[in-house]
Ligand binder design. Sequence first.
Ligand code: UDP
Length: 472
Amino acid sequence: PPTQTPAAPAARRRRVLMFPLPFQGHLNPMLQLAGALRARGDLDVTVFHAAFDAPDPARRPPEYRFVAVGEGVPSADLLPSGSDADFAGAVLRINDRLREPFRQALAEEEGGGGARCLVVDSNLRGMQLVAEELGVPTLVLRTGAAACLVAYLAFPALSDKGLLPPPSHDESVLDMPLEELPPLRLRDMVFSATTSHANMARCLDDLVAGTRSSSGVIFNTFQDLEGPDLHKIAGAVGVPVYPIGPLHKISSTTGATETSSLLSQDRTCLEWLDRQEEASVLYVSFGSLVSIDEAELVETAWGLAGSQVPFLWVVRHNLVSRSSSSSSRHASLQLPDGFAEATEGRGMVVPWAPQHEVLGHRSVGGFWTHSGWNSTLESVCEGVPMICRPRFADQMINMRYVQEVWRVGFELEGGLERGKVEMAARKLMCGEEGREMRKRAMDLRDKADKCIKEEGSSKSAIEMLLKRIMSF
Ligand code: UDP
């Protein structure tokens, strides 16, 4: 039977059930949403989670009930691995392996009735079907950009036209602009080299069917950032659309931001940042899943050293794929000899950072990111321009919007070489173009601030969402 903490309250209050996808970038916004709902709606929250992916009991909010699903299913059966992760394959396996355990867990949780609805990650169609069978209404949380869903909605038509999978891997073919999806190119629609077209098509079919059969779709974005794409989606999916982001800002007062971190954050970097000059530091982090090879690590290290730009670099314990030191929990062991000495006083390396606080710190003036949606949004909301190095999934789509639409960053393309890293770091942190990008990022930050205030678009969307939840 699923393990549970702690026992349900005696007098059952209104309750919302949640099921995030077991990845950091999906867990964070779901728990931030839990915080936002709980703060405003006086709702109890039950969070179902894959058993292997339990938020740290010491950090998770005591006011939520956590229910582990799929005890005994090894994480290796579910998670993607390698530097070019097959995320779609992982999503299909997770749905397959956790669906029956979830049926049991949901039936037990729902024994006394009282759940208003299940808020489910848009990739968990299997769990949504279980809820539908048991008569629990569902809302879907999209943890990616609205732009990404617009692109995914176009996937079947592009496949029918013979464009997906790409008919050739020639650079000129891959660079073809997609007239129905500006500013995207064909290459931006290729999920990852290891994801088969069939798996991708199945995942997206499920995602779109789940969205359409839900009682509404919640987005971690805001109207002033993605208005036109949100409008397209509202027309295409036929269910209410709730753009209530940036969620990490909305729930920052509830304490939800630190508690969902699966790795422990090194907070000493904040003190180090306190000692740096305003807007002088380049923050470098590739999120929770992307990995690089040892040669790329070395080029990144010497590129940062050569740039002369102060930096804070997150080197996760598993950042380097197939490294002899990859089992080490000590980041600096992976770095080249002489690097620490060469950058002493100017650079800091940590295994995991309190990213929201880092990006909000006055010393941070730029972010070299893998362009995951959370990182992109968190950067935009602090007015921090970006160097983008997307690898897979929706990261290319996010990068195109950063570079072409919002113009708050640029892509670091091609093979990773120290000279290119140096130039990119200097362009963002010291050049005129970087200054212009920072100004535009500041404008977006002001818009993000406005949308979560009274009468703001995200604030109103949350009120609508709460009404919807109470109507179930
Ligand atoms: N993050 C963090 N500390 C780090 C690096 C990342 O707390 O050192 C958080 C970051 O704030 C974001 C999430 O991890 O909320 C990463 O999500 P994203 O969508 O950017 O990328 P993913 O990890 O899903 O590829």
